[in-house]
Write a protein that binds this ligand. Structure first.
Ligand code: GRG
Length: 303
Protein backbone atom coordinates (compact mmCIF):
# COMPACT_ATOMS: atom_id res chain seq x y z
CA UNK A 1 0.00 0.00 0.00
CA UNK A 2 1.91 3.11 -1.24
CA UNK A 3 -0.27 5.46 0.86
CA UNK A 4 1.16 4.27 4.17
CA UNK A 5 4.78 4.41 2.91
CA UNK A 6 4.39 8.05 1.90
CA UNK A 7 3.17 8.88 5.44
CA UNK A 8 6.48 7.74 6.96
CA UNK A 9 9.09 7.99 4.19
CA UNK A 10 12.05 7.42 6.51
CA UNK A 11 10.71 4.19 8.00
CA UNK A 12 11.76 0.91 6.37
CA UNK A 13 9.14 -1.61 7.46
CA UNK A 14 10.75 -4.66 5.82
CA UNK A 15 14.05 -4.02 7.57
CA UNK A 16 12.23 -3.32 10.84
CA UNK A 17 10.40 -6.67 10.71
CA UNK A 18 13.59 -8.52 9.78
CA UNK A 19 15.68 -7.05 12.58
CA UNK A 20 12.99 -7.49 15.26
CA UNK A 21 12.26 -11.09 14.18
CA UNK A 22 15.99 -11.84 14.37
CA UNK A 23 16.17 -10.58 17.96
CA UNK A 24 13.06 -12.50 18.95
CA UNK A 25 14.35 -15.72 17.35
CA UNK A 26 17.67 -15.42 19.19
CA UNK A 27 15.91 -14.82 22.53
CA UNK A 28 13.56 -17.78 21.94
CA UNK A 29 16.49 -20.02 21.06
CA UNK A 30 18.33 -18.97 24.24
CA UNK A 31 15.21 -19.45 26.40
CA UNK A 32 15.02 -23.20 25.74
CA UNK A 33 18.39 -24.95 25.73
CA UNK A 34 18.47 -28.53 24.48
CA UNK A 35 18.88 -30.08 27.90
CA UNK A 36 17.62 -33.19 29.69
CA UNK A 37 15.06 -34.61 29.26
CA UNK A 38 16.07 -34.14 25.62
CA UNK A 39 12.78 -35.33 24.12
CA UNK A 40 10.58 -32.66 25.68
CA UNK A 41 13.00 -29.82 24.99
CA UNK A 42 13.38 -31.03 21.42
CA UNK A 43 9.60 -31.05 20.98
CA UNK A 44 9.25 -27.54 22.47
CA UNK A 45 12.03 -26.18 20.25
CA UNK A 46 10.68 -28.01 17.18
CA UNK A 47 7.45 -25.98 17.10
CA UNK A 48 8.72 -22.76 18.68
CA UNK A 49 11.64 -22.34 16.28
CA UNK A 50 9.72 -23.53 13.20
CA UNK A 51 9.66 -20.06 11.69
CA UNK A 52 6.34 -18.29 12.31
CA UNK A 53 5.94 -14.67 11.23
CA UNK A 54 6.52 -13.45 14.84
CA UNK A 55 3.75 -10.86 14.49
CA UNK A 56 2.82 -11.01 18.20
CA UNK A 57 6.30 -10.49 19.71
CA UNK A 58 7.05 -7.74 17.19
CA UNK A 59 3.79 -5.98 18.13
CA UNK A 60 4.83 -6.30 21.77
CA UNK A 61 8.26 -4.72 21.21
CA UNK A 62 6.75 -1.98 19.03
CA UNK A 63 4.19 -1.07 21.73
CA UNK A 64 6.94 -0.96 24.38
CA UNK A 65 9.03 1.43 22.31
CA UNK A 66 6.03 3.54 21.29
CA UNK A 67 5.37 4.49 24.93
CA UNK A 68 9.05 5.31 25.42
CA UNK A 69 10.33 2.03 26.86
CA UNK A 70 13.54 0.20 26.11
CA UNK A 71 13.03 -2.89 23.93
CA UNK A 72 15.00 -5.05 26.39
CA UNK A 73 12.27 -4.56 29.03
CA UNK A 74 9.74 -6.32 26.79
CA UNK A 75 11.88 -9.13 25.34
CA UNK A 76 10.86 -11.74 27.98
CA UNK A 77 7.14 -10.98 27.62
CA UNK A 78 7.43 -10.87 23.81
CA UNK A 79 8.98 -14.38 23.90
CA UNK A 80 6.34 -15.51 26.40
CA UNK A 81 3.51 -14.44 24.09
CA UNK A 82 5.09 -16.36 21.19
CA UNK A 83 5.40 -19.43 23.45
CA UNK A 84 1.70 -19.19 24.33
CA UNK A 85 0.83 -18.78 20.65
CA UNK A 86 2.93 -21.85 19.75
CA UNK A 87 1.33 -23.87 22.57
CA UNK A 88 -2.11 -22.99 21.20
CA UNK A 89 -1.08 -24.10 17.70
CA UNK A 90 0.33 -27.43 18.98
CA UNK A 91 -2.85 -28.14 20.94
CA UNK A 92 -5.12 -26.90 18.14
CA UNK A 93 -3.48 -29.39 15.73
CA UNK A 94 -4.01 -32.43 18.00
CA UNK A 95 -6.24 -35.31 16.83
CA UNK A 96 -8.84 -34.39 19.49
CA UNK A 97 -9.04 -30.83 18.11
CA UNK A 98 -8.40 -29.97 14.42
CA UNK A 99 -6.34 -33.10 13.67
CA UNK A 100 -3.89 -31.36 11.33
CA UNK A 101 -0.78 -32.93 9.79
CA UNK A 102 1.08 -29.79 8.78
CA UNK A 103 1.94 -26.52 10.55
CA UNK A 104 4.37 -23.82 9.53
CA UNK A 105 5.31 -25.99 6.55
CA UNK A 106 6.38 -28.96 8.67
CA UNK A 107 4.69 -32.02 10.21
CA UNK A 108 2.68 -30.99 13.27
CA UNK A 109 4.19 -31.67 16.70
CA UNK A 110 2.18 -34.85 17.35
CA UNK A 111 3.15 -36.18 13.88
CA UNK A 112 6.86 -35.44 14.36
CA UNK A 113 6.83 -36.80 17.95
CA UNK A 114 3.67 -38.39 19.38
CA UNK A 115 0.43 -37.18 20.92
CA UNK A 116 1.53 -37.37 24.58
CA UNK A 117 4.75 -35.47 23.82
CA UNK A 118 2.82 -32.80 21.89
CA UNK A 119 0.45 -32.25 24.84
CA UNK A 120 3.39 -32.00 27.22
CA UNK A 121 5.35 -29.69 24.90
CA UNK A 122 2.35 -27.34 24.87
CA UNK A 123 1.98 -27.54 28.64
CA UNK A 124 5.64 -26.78 29.27
CA UNK A 125 5.68 -23.86 26.80
CA UNK A 126 2.69 -22.38 28.63
CA UNK A 127 4.31 -22.82 32.01
CA UNK A 128 7.66 -21.48 30.82
CA UNK A 129 5.99 -18.38 29.39
CA UNK A 130 4.86 -17.25 32.85
CA UNK A 131 8.16 -18.24 34.47
CA UNK A 132 10.13 -16.26 31.89
CA UNK A 133 8.22 -13.03 32.50
CA UNK A 134 8.42 -13.36 36.28
CA UNK A 135 12.09 -14.37 36.39
CA UNK A 136 13.73 -12.60 33.45
CA UNK A 137 12.09 -9.18 33.15
CA UNK A 138 14.68 -6.54 34.08
CA UNK A 139 14.32 -2.87 35.08
CA UNK A 140 10.52 -2.98 35.35
CA UNK A 141 8.65 -2.53 38.65
CA UNK A 142 7.12 -5.63 40.28
CA UNK A 143 3.68 -4.01 39.96
CA UNK A 144 4.01 -3.74 36.21
CA UNK A 145 5.33 -7.29 35.89
CA UNK A 146 2.37 -8.62 37.89
CA UNK A 147 -0.03 -6.57 35.76
CA UNK A 148 1.45 -8.09 32.59
CA UNK A 149 1.23 -11.61 34.02
CA UNK A 150 -2.46 -11.04 34.79
CA UNK A 151 -3.03 -9.89 31.18
CA UNK A 152 -1.33 -13.03 29.88
CA UNK A 153 -3.40 -15.28 32.13
CA UNK A 154 -6.71 -13.76 31.08
CA UNK A 155 -5.73 -13.95 27.40
CA UNK A 156 -5.11 -17.72 27.57
CA UNK A 157 -7.78 -18.98 29.96
CA UNK A 158 -11.51 -19.56 29.89
CA UNK A 159 -12.14 -15.89 29.06
CA UNK A 160 -9.56 -15.92 26.27
CA UNK A 161 -8.13 -18.51 23.87
CA UNK A 162 -9.81 -21.42 25.64
CA UNK A 163 -13.22 -19.66 25.45
CA UNK A 164 -12.79 -19.16 21.70
CA UNK A 165 -11.69 -22.74 21.19
CA UNK A 166 -14.52 -24.35 23.18
CA UNK A 167 -17.19 -22.24 21.45
CA UNK A 168 -15.59 -23.05 18.08
CA UNK A 169 -15.59 -26.80 18.86
CA UNK A 170 -19.19 -26.69 20.12
CA UNK A 171 -20.43 -24.85 17.03
CA UNK A 172 -19.09 -27.45 14.58
CA UNK A 173 -21.83 -28.48 12.17
CA UNK A 174 -24.13 -25.68 13.38
CA UNK A 175 -25.14 -22.46 11.63
CA UNK A 176 -23.08 -19.56 12.96
CA UNK A 177 -24.31 -15.97 13.06
CA UNK A 178 -22.00 -13.03 12.40
CA UNK A 179 -21.93 -12.35 16.17
CA UNK A 180 -21.02 -15.98 16.86
CA UNK A 181 -18.20 -15.84 14.32
CA UNK A 182 -16.93 -12.59 15.83
CA UNK A 183 -16.97 -14.11 19.34
CA UNK A 184 -14.77 -17.00 18.19
CA UNK A 185 -12.28 -14.75 16.40
CA UNK A 186 -12.10 -12.16 19.17
CA UNK A 187 -11.22 -14.93 21.63
CA UNK A 188 -9.06 -17.19 19.46
CA UNK A 189 -7.10 -14.44 17.74
CA UNK A 190 -7.63 -10.93 19.15
CA UNK A 191 -7.12 -11.76 22.84
CA UNK A 192 -3.50 -12.83 22.40
CA UNK A 193 -2.70 -9.98 20.00
CA UNK A 194 -4.24 -7.66 22.61
CA UNK A 195 -2.10 -9.17 25.37
CA UNK A 196 1.01 -8.77 23.19
CA UNK A 197 0.41 -5.07 22.63
CA UNK A 198 -0.84 -4.32 26.15
CA UNK A 199 2.02 -6.19 27.86
CA UNK A 200 4.53 -4.37 25.66
CA UNK A 201 3.02 -1.03 26.69
CA UNK A 202 2.97 -2.07 30.37
CA UNK A 203 6.66 -3.05 30.33
CA UNK A 204 7.51 0.12 28.42
CA UNK A 205 6.06 2.30 31.19
CA UNK A 206 2.89 3.41 29.36
CA UNK A 207 0.15 5.20 31.32
CA UNK A 208 -3.42 3.86 31.56
CA UNK A 209 -4.71 6.03 28.71
CA UNK A 210 -1.93 4.86 26.38
CA UNK A 211 -2.44 1.24 27.40
CA UNK A 212 -6.20 1.36 26.77
CA UNK A 213 -5.78 3.07 23.38
CA UNK A 214 -3.32 0.37 22.36
CA UNK A 215 -5.72 -2.31 23.60
CA UNK A 216 -8.39 -0.94 21.25
CA UNK A 217 -5.86 -0.82 18.40
CA UNK A 218 -5.03 -4.49 19.03
CA UNK A 219 -8.71 -5.53 19.11
CA UNK A 220 -9.27 -4.00 15.70
CA UNK A 221 -6.20 -5.60 14.15
CA UNK A 222 -7.08 -8.98 15.71
CA UNK A 223 -10.44 -9.02 13.99
CA UNK A 224 -8.85 -7.61 10.85
CA UNK A 225 -6.35 -10.50 10.88
CA UNK A 226 -9.19 -13.02 10.75
CA UNK A 227 -11.38 -11.18 8.22
CA UNK A 228 -8.37 -10.93 5.87
CA UNK A 229 -7.57 -14.61 6.47
CA UNK A 230 -11.11 -15.50 5.38
CA UNK A 231 -10.87 -13.24 2.31
CA UNK A 232 -7.51 -14.75 1.34
CA UNK A 233 -8.96 -18.24 1.68
CA UNK A 234 -11.63 -17.38 -0.87
CA UNK A 235 -9.49 -15.43 -3.31
CA UNK A 236 -6.54 -17.86 -3.16
CA UNK A 237 -8.66 -20.94 -3.74
CA UNK A 238 -10.57 -19.14 -6.53
CA UNK A 239 -7.26 -18.48 -8.26
CA UNK A 240 -6.18 -22.07 -7.77
CA UNK A 241 -9.44 -23.40 -9.10
CA UNK A 242 -9.73 -20.76 -11.79
CA UNK A 243 -13.28 -20.21 -10.60
CA UNK A 244 -15.15 -17.33 -9.02
CA UNK A 245 -16.32 -19.33 -6.01
CA UNK A 246 -13.58 -20.14 -3.50
CA UNK A 247 -13.13 -22.91 -0.97
CA UNK A 248 -15.01 -21.22 1.85
CA UNK A 249 -18.02 -20.54 -0.28
CA UNK A 250 -18.40 -24.28 -0.90
CA UNK A 251 -17.55 -25.71 2.55
CA UNK A 252 -19.61 -25.57 5.75
CA UNK A 253 -17.18 -23.40 7.72
CA UNK A 254 -18.61 -19.98 8.58
CA UNK A 255 -16.45 -17.14 7.28
CA UNK A 256 -16.92 -13.41 6.75
CA UNK A 257 -17.19 -13.67 2.93
CA UNK A 258 -19.75 -16.43 3.36
CA UNK A 259 -21.86 -14.56 5.90
CA UNK A 260 -21.63 -11.04 4.45
CA UNK A 261 -20.39 -11.50 0.85
CA UNK A 262 -16.85 -10.95 -0.46
CA UNK A 263 -17.23 -7.24 -1.27
CA UNK A 264 -18.77 -6.41 2.13
CA UNK A 265 -16.04 -8.41 3.87
CA UNK A 266 -13.42 -6.34 2.03
CA UNK A 267 -15.22 -3.15 3.07
CA UNK A 268 -15.31 -4.38 6.68
CA UNK A 269 -11.55 -5.03 6.57
CA UNK A 270 -11.02 -1.48 5.29
CA UNK A 271 -13.11 -0.10 8.16
CA UNK A 272 -11.18 -2.13 10.75
CA UNK A 273 -7.76 -0.97 9.53
CA UNK A 274 -9.03 2.63 9.59
CA UNK A 275 -10.31 2.25 13.15
CA UNK A 276 -7.05 0.64 14.29
CA UNK A 277 -5.04 3.52 12.83
CA UNK A 278 -7.36 6.07 14.43
CA UNK A 279 -6.33 4.75 17.86
CA UNK A 280 -2.71 5.64 17.00
CA UNK A 281 -3.45 9.22 16.02
CA UNK A 282 -2.72 10.67 19.46
CA UNK A 283 0.83 9.24 19.46
CA UNK A 284 3.86 10.77 17.77
CA UNK A 285 3.53 9.69 14.10
CA UNK A 286 7.15 8.65 13.63
CA UNK A 287 7.23 6.63 16.84
CA UNK A 288 3.93 5.00 15.92
CA UNK A 289 5.16 4.15 12.39
CA UNK A 290 5.82 0.44 13.20
CA UNK A 291 2.27 -0.06 14.49
CA UNK A 292 0.74 1.81 11.51
CA UNK A 293 2.74 -0.41 9.18
CA UNK A 294 1.87 -3.57 11.11
CA UNK A 295 -1.86 -2.78 10.76
CA UNK A 296 -1.31 -2.10 7.07
CA UNK A 297 0.67 -5.34 6.69
CA UNK A 298 -2.09 -7.38 8.34
CA UNK A 299 -4.70 -5.75 6.09
CA UNK A 300 -2.88 -6.04 2.76
CA UNK A 301 -0.84 -9.23 3.19
CA UNK A 302 -1.10 -11.84 0.47
CA UNK A 303 -0.51 -15.01 2.57
C1 GRG B 1 -4.52 -25.47 26.14
C2 GRG B 1 -4.54 -23.44 27.67
C3 GRG B 1 -4.76 -24.03 26.33
C4 GRG B 1 -5.16 -23.22 25.30
C5 GRG B 1 -5.29 -23.61 23.89
C6 GRG B 1 -6.14 -24.74 21.23
C7 GRG B 1 -6.55 -23.45 21.85
C8 GRG B 1 -6.65 -23.39 23.34
C9 GRG B 1 -6.81 -22.35 21.14
C10 GRG B 1 -6.69 -22.26 19.67
C11 GRG B 1 -6.12 -20.97 19.31
C12 GRG B 1 -5.81 -20.85 17.84
C13 GRG B 1 -5.16 -21.98 17.12
C14 GRG B 1 -6.09 -19.68 17.22
C15 GRG B 1 -5.75 -19.35 15.83
C16 GRG B 1 -4.73 -18.26 15.89
C17 GRG B 1 -4.13 -17.85 14.58
C18 GRG B 1 -4.69 -16.65 13.90
C19 GRG B 1 -3.07 -18.50 14.09
C20 GRG B 1 -2.26 -18.09 12.94
O1 GRG B 1 -1.35 -17.11 13.40
P1 GRG B 1 -0.13 -16.61 12.51
O2 GRG B 1 -0.60 -16.39 11.08
O3 GRG B 1 0.82 -17.89 12.51
O4 GRG B 1 0.51 -15.45 13.18
P2 GRG B 1 2.43 -17.98 12.52
O5 GRG B 1 2.72 -19.42 12.17
O6 GRG B 1 2.98 -17.02 11.49
O7 GRG B 1 2.88 -17.63 13.89
Amino acid sequence: NPEISSTHPTFNFKEYMKSKAKKVNKALDDAIPLQNPIKIHEAMRYSLLAGGKRVRPILCLAACELVGGDEAAAIPVACAIEMIHTMSLIHDDLPCMDNDDLRRGKPTNHKAFDEATAILAGDSLLSLSFELVAAETKNVSARRIIRAIAEMGSAVGSEGLVAGQIVDLCSEGKELSLDGLEYIHVHKTSKLLEAAVVCGAIMGGGDDIEIERLRKYARFIGLLFQVVDDILDVTKSSEELGKTAGKDLVTDKATYPKLMGLEKAKEFAGELVGKAMEELSCFDALRAAPLYHLADYIAYRQT
